[in-house]
Design a binder for this molecule. Sequence first.
Ligand SMILES: [Zn+2]
Length: 300
Amino acid sequence: MRILLFVLLLPLSLQAQQNFDTVKIRPFPLTDNVYMLTGSGGNIGLLVGPEGNLIVDDQYAPLSVKIRQAVYAINPGEVRYVINTHLHGDHTGGNENFRKLGATLVAHDNVRARMMKETVNREGKTVPPRNPESWPVVTFERRLNVHLNGEDLELHYLDRGHTDGDVIVKFKKANVIHTGDAFVRERYPFIDLTSGGSFLGYIHTLQQIYDLADDQTKIIPGHGALATRSDVKALHDKLADIRDQVIAALSKGTKPEELASLPIATKYDPEFGKGFVKGKDFVLLVADEVKVMAPVRKKK
Ligand SMILES: [Zn+2]
């Protein structure tokens, strides 16, 4: 767990170890001008058209050439805009490359602020600032609209969740939502506390994503296969179940360190335990945030 966490918090250092030569960028058409691209790292959203190409997230730097080729194969031309859903390197690693090719980088205010400064990760390691070439050029606080190729994009900041800079992107006409890691599939969500994340905020964000969608909306998760809003609701309800059971256990006087032996700690492992976050660790993180909500048990 500790080693894996370290790797995730330093995604750029992973590049040296990971072989990107074998990675294929695969396009999945969602409408006639909106695509989901998969490769290695976070899923990419793509809007094409006569006014140029726009992508949501850009995976790792060594994949920029392949991503560019995949975009060209669909609509010859450079990427004009890159929207970052949050700061993690598996979603922003290509920023510098695409900026050099003329793209405008767009993200939440907090993404730029965090990229600009040295940070300390939860292992106590100092992470240097990102290269200035990868810093977002256009940033916003709550809402931003982008109008391109006849499509209207709504960028929403939904408060702290995965980090404190999560943006979800709604393609209004295509009825597609790219959630970044504010919604992921087949794993426990990673709550990046050192980047301002919040478990309770994560649940609230899922509710807001659900409300922004309808039954026909195609949802591009940060990681995993294309989804619908019923998948978002399912994850919301499971996380709410973990929250409620942890609060109930703490209210009964269970100590946080005893939570790992309760059924709730492993209940979702068959479904979510394949990622690097395990249920036993997840309930501890949850307990740390919800303990103030557990009624204090008075001793007689
Ligand atoms: Zn992430």
